[in-house]
Design a protein around this ligand. Structure first.
Ligand SMILES: Cc1cc2nc3c(=O)[nH]c(=O)nc-3n(C[C@H](O)[C@H](O)[C@H](O)COP(=O)(O)OP(=O)(O)OC[C@H]3O[C@@H](n4cnc5c(N)ncnc54)[C@H](O)[C@@H]3O)c2cc1C
Length: 320
């Protein structure tokens, strides 16, 4: 168990979590961000044109700016997946495979996670030829043969991006034709490097140390085929993975954490921000704003425990 005790632990290191970390660490709170990566979904956005202050910016670059800002105020980072969170005597713990971290407050900002295929060997090959992010990992497959598994604009975007890097791109879709943005459909159909594999689903990923092939089932004929590839990109969209907080805080029927105007959850001392919450409009600026509110609310929570003055916004509430 980690010896250190933190004022705030933030689960998730993307727009919401990093923004919260900027606010808490700048207020002098001892802050730890436990995250699988820096940037989350924004890593997949190559041109962001609606983040105020930037006419156009790449998601990776934007998230690096957030990260550097949080770090400059003293926020600490560990790169691990959180498996469990809980509360003992008014203090919180966050468990990963490697360690347990403890804190006075908790900010849940773990957003959305790529939807998995749910087939044998999928998790075994993550980072070994299997990726959920063509923008992040595409350049590793220069002149190789890759497959994109998915549907809609996300899958077509990924296939077109990979066609600029790889020698050949198989686009494996469940329907008999491409569906989505007309421009993307036309571009995919005219791109010589893209070969469409319609009416198909992956039933197994195969390989020794890295991905070597995919076992495909034709959904119309039930025929099974093996497709040799060097890499596979899964583009099935995103889901909220909240299993590890079931029963800990209240969630809605979509599995989103219910928060109030101060980003407070149903459990005192636990706040949530960004795409993981029931906030409408899942966007970067909204996640960042939620993160800021959660950071300030966590600060006020700790100040109250210490019998110290809190941030102004709450004075209005208290005087009602
Ligand atoms: C392709 C694409 C393009 C987009 N384009 C735009 C755009 O142009 N403009 C815009 O405003 N929005 C855009 N969005 C939406 C925007 O990216 C999201 O709204 C935003 O990233 C949400 O931020 P977040 O911090 O709430 O969550 P996320 O970005 O989902 O980040 C969650 C973080 O939590 C971490 N995490 C998850 N589970 C765990 C765990 N168990 N343990 C530890 N860490 C964990 C992840 O690694 C990640 O760091 C786009 C999204 C996609 C997918």
């Amino acid at each position: 168990m980690s010896e250190k005790f933190y004022d705030v632990i933030i689960v998730g290191g993307a727009a919401a979590g990093l923004s919260a970390a900027i606010y808490t660490s700048r207020q002098g709170l001892k802050t730890l961000v436990v995250t699988k990566d820096i940037g989350g979904q924004a890593l997949l956005a190559s041109h962001i044109e609606n983040y105020p202050g930037f006419k156009s910016i790449n998601g990776f670059e934007l998230m690096q700016i957030f990260y550097q800002q949080a770090e400059s105020f003293g926020a600490e980072f560990v790169y691990e997946e959180v498996k469990e969170v809980g509360e003992i005597n008014g203090k919180f713990y966050v468990k990963t495979i490697n360690d347990t971290y403890n804190s006075q407050t908790l900010i849940l900002a773990f957003g959305k996670t790529p939807r998995e295929m749910g087939v044998p060997n999928e998790s075994k090959f993550i980072g070994k030829g299997l990726s959920y992010c063509a923008t992040c990992d595409g350049p590793l497959f220069k002149n190789k043969i890759v497959a994109v598994v998915g549907f809609g604009d996300l899958a077509m975007d990924a296939a077109l991006l990979l066609a600029n890097i790889a020698n050949k791109v198989y686009l494996i879709i469940p329907s008999d034709k491409l569906i989505g943005d007309e421009d993307l459909v036309n571009k995919c159909m005219s791109e010589k490097k893209i070969t469409l594999i319609p009416n198909s689903e992956v039933i197994e990923v195969k390989g020794e140390k890295r991905v070597e092939s995919l076992v495909l089932k034709n959904t119309k004929t039930s025929t099974i085929n093996e497709l040799k590839i060097d890499g596979v990109f899964v583009e099935l969209g995103y889901t909220t993975k909240t299993d590890f907080i079931k029963g800990f805080v209240k969630m809605n029927e979509l599995g989103e954490i219910i928060v109030d105007k101060n980003q407070a959850t149903s459990r005192a001392g636990v706040f949530a921000a960004g795409d993981v919450t029931d906030t409408p409009f899942k966007q970067l600026v909204i996640s960042a704003g939620d993160g800021a509110k959660a950071g300030l609310a966590a600060y006020n929570y700790i100040q109250r425990l210490r019998g110290k003055p809190i941030k102004k916004a709450d004075w209005r509430k208290l005087s009602k």
